[in-house]
Ligand binder design. Sequence first.
Ligand code: CAA
Length: 248
Amino acid sequence: MSSRVALVTGGTGGIGTAICQRLAKDGYKVAAGYNAGGDHDKAKTWQAVQKEQGFDFDISYGDVRDFESCGRCIAHVEETLGPIDILINNAGVTRDATLKKMSESQWSEVLNANLDSVFNMTRQVINGMIERKFGRIVNVSSINAQKGQLGQTNYSAAKAGMHGFTKALSQEVARKGITVNTVSPGYIATKMVMEVPEEIRNKIIEGIPVGRLGLPEEVANAVSFLASEQSGFITGSNLSVNGGQHMF
Ligand code: CAA
């Protein structure tokens, strides 16, 4: 059993839960970062349900849009489980609208939650990883970072920004035993995708060569691989998990 500690932001969500479970099965001590609109009871209920399923997760509140709040989230995990070796930047939101209708708040909410978050969390774990000469950072982006998507100028821009962050940071810390990679899910059967109007969603599914939505566990498997000791020579890369919907 490894004693490494993993923090998964957005850990109580659809893909986040699958990542937490997979990393726990890999033998790590896992903390789920959550915001849940400040609904702590909802997160505690999630934790209790996970416990019934045999998973002993720490939960740690943090608003990923806020640097100080991220600092408190990280401090809680480090006090409870130990220094963070594996950071999965998974938290994200959508506020879909075509640009002609998009409000400034729809733009900034998505940029703050999906991209500023990556700085806010990673900045506060990176020096510890450098000191300990080990780290795994996995940024969960999206197919729509590279493909683009009507109605998602905000989301596509934020998720594309993650790739630049990944590639730049991976070079800075490559000699310190730290890898930084991106996983790009396509359309996965989660609440976020189910909120896309059915007619549009069905058209999207028609365009997926595998012929179905992905499963959260299929994203979690890719994250697990990049979080493992065995992936030490893979850094600055992107792993697509999209059923063949976008190839590049
Ligand atoms: N190509 C070109 N133009 C198109 C088009 C297409 N495929 N489909 C529609 N349009 C045009 C329409 O003709 C219309 O043009 P006019 O204004 O000239 O008539 C315009 O686009 C539609 O604009 P509206 O602003 O009026 O559209 P709307 O308000 O009805 O809906 C939307 C816009 C909310 C973005 C809706 O299209 C939608 O929900 N799309 C799905 C977006 C999506 O895939 N989101 C992914 C969410 S899941 C996720 O993000 C996870 C992940 O990582 C994959």
